[in-house]
Unconditional design. Structure first.
Length: 169
């Protein structure tokens, strides 16, 4: 049975097997969590992402998919990159957000990761309401068939932490 917890803090400081990166489709770094992971992990992550772009992911990573790279200087072994959907009031994209979590856990299983840290995917510049994102994330992880033993949601601010903590009850 999977243990799900949430903590307020910096995802780049987590001692887990894999850290999930809320990446953009280019896989070449960006702002928010993506930029923080690339900065903290160093140039090895960017080099691995460039290799992915030179191969199978030449057009980038599609929304809802996940792929792994080295974690560089992070204490984790791997970074699992996933591209969250941009929030839309006109179109329900919640299945894509759920897919980010399912696909990240699938990749974690392929890697043999037992502990995985997730950020609040799509809640930054992609504007997904944090309470809804928390509900989708926690429900998806709870329903997932995975060998991952612990999922830790690492939330940068108090509002996100409270939204995810409310889903733990």
């Amino acid at each position: 049975m999977i243990t799900i917890t949430c903590v307020q803090g910096d995802i780049t400081h987590q001692h887990v097997d894999a850290i999930v990166n809320a990446a953009n489709s280019s896989l070449l770094g960006g702002g928010g969590v993506d930029g923080a992971i690339h900065r903290a992990g160093g140039p090895d992550i960017l080099a691995a992402c460039r290799e992915l772009r030179a191969g199978h992911y030449g057009k980038g990573l599609r929304t809802g998919q996940a792929v792994s790279t080295t974690a560089g200087r992070l204490s984790a072994h791997w970074v699992i990159h996933t591209v969250g959907p941009v929030y839309s009031q006109e179109e329900d994209r919640s299945a894509l957000l759920a897919s980010c979590h399912r696909e990240s856990l699938r990749v974690a299983d392929e890697l043999g990761a037992r502990t995985v840290a997730f950020p609040a995917i799509s809640t930054g510049v992609y504007r997904w309401p944090v309470e809804d994102a928390a509900r989708i994330a926690v429900e998806t992880v709870r329903a997932a068939e995975t060998n991952v033993e612990e999922v830790r949601f690492v939330l940068f601010d108090e509002r996100a932490y409270e939204a995810f903590a409310a889903q733990m009850t």
